[in-house]
Design a protein around this ligand. Structure first.
Ligand SMILES: *Cc1c(COP(=O)(O)O)cnc(C)c1O
Length: 364
């Protein structure tokens, strides 16, 4: 079965660990001795309660999430959080202000959405530079009375990431970690809220993970729909209504897989080795170039270009024929992008660089 699988470098939905897929397949029709599939189970059943509680407990263990944080499994994707964050947090400390760093398309969308609800200041931006680096910030620009401070920690489209966090003092830091969650250990206590769509590094599309400090819950704007208030979901263990059951189940399998493989410290070490294979090759290549400022390079999304759009196209086509799929860059930037999330084996990255080397010889 697995012999027909390709190396899938898609940015999302993206490759999942093979043991996770195989376990889900094995248990798909009959989960344990339940005599039914997880897709058929009442979310109010004891069986599903065990699944969601175990998923949450394992995520707490993996990320060492402190007790004063809630873990929520929501729907609507990371994009829904672009609205949900301001709707819930803008009134938390009652200034109605929030500061944002504009480091890419998803940060920009979050800014646009937040502007509908409050006084939003963009304190740093790399938009003028095509988002090829994380913006340099000046703490003097930060507003000490802001309700929160927002960053997109890993910029999926541009292949950049924050390696140091802005010092926001008492202002809660909110981070979109859709494309980097669980790729390395995270000090959750540095954040007021972490959000992540699951379909990059965790599970199929349909689940959004929110990790939120308890004191930030319960102050939503009056206009916030019931379904979009964090306290609605927190008070009901993410089951105010039917949750994305199967996605939560698969996220749980990924958490188990990570725990069985040494947790996030081990994952970081592996991800660093994988990324180094690609970046080391790119740094000596005469054909391919990584457009990102070195210190801001993402460990999860590696972008590269030849400088010639036709050649880029040819590369993507030939890569696909060689079983290296979804290597095309985001439609807004072109070029190539290899997303090398947790589940991408190092063998896939080695095969990609070997293929690039061959292509360079033939086309250089
Ligand atoms: C993919 C992605 C999003 C959008 O996620 P959806 O689940 O499609 O809404 C937002 N932010 C980041 C960093 C992403 O990688």
């Amino acid at each position: 079965m697995s012999m027909n699988r390709v190396y899938n470098f898609s940015a999302g939905p993206s490759t999942l660990p093979l043991p996770v897929l195989e376990k889900a397949q094995k248990d798909f029709v009959c989960y344990g001795d339940a005599g039914m599939s997880v897709t058929e189970m009442s979310h109010r059943s004891k069986m599903f309660e065990d699944i969601i509680q175990k998923a949450q407990a394992d995520l707490r263990t993996l990320m060492a999430i402190p007790d004063n944080y809630k873990v929520l499994f929501l729907q609507g994707g990371a994009s829904m959080q672009f609205a949900q964050v301001p709707l819930n947090l803008l009134s938390a400390y009652k200034s109605g202000k929030a500061d944002y760093i504009n480091s890419g398309n998803f940060a920009n969308l979050a800014i646009k959405e937040a502007q509908r609800y409050g006084d939003i200041k963009v304190v740093a931006s790399s938009r003028e530079d095509g988002y090829t680096h994380i913006p340099d910030w000046d703490e003097a620009e930060f507003r000490p009375d802001a309700d929160y401070f927002y960053i997109c920690q890993n910029n999926t489209i541009y292949g950049t990431r924050f390696t140091t966090l802005p010092n926001t003092g008492k202002v809660p830091l909110v981070a979109d970690m859709s494309s980097c969650i669980l790729s390395e250990p995270t000090d959750v206590s540095r954040y007021g809220l972490i959000l992540a769509g699951a379909q990059k590094n965790v599970a199929p599309a349909g689940v959004t993970i929110v990790i939120v400090r308890e004191d930030l819950i319960g102050h939503a704007l009056d206009i916030a729909p019931t379904m979009l208030k964090y306290d609605t979901m927190a008070a009901n263990d993410s089951m105010y209504n039917t949750p994305p059951c199967f996605g939560i189940y698969m996220a749980g399998l990924t958490f188990e897989w990570l725990l069985a493989n040494g947790g996030l410290a081990q994952m970081k070490e592996y991800n660093q080795r994988k990324a180094a294979v690609l970046y080391d090759y790119l740094d000596q290549s005469r054909l391919f170039k990584n457009p990102v400022r070195k210190q801001d390079r993402s460990m999860m999304n590696v972008t590269f270009v030849t400088g010639n759009a036709d050649l880029d196209k040819k590369f993507c086509k030939e890569a696909e024929a060689a079983g290296l799929m979804n290597i095309k860059g985001h439609r807004s930037v072109g070029g190539m992008r290899a997303s090398i999330y947790n589940a991408m084996p190092i063998e896939g990255v080695v095969k990609l660089t070997e293929f690039m080397e061959k292509f360079e010889k033939e086309n250089g």
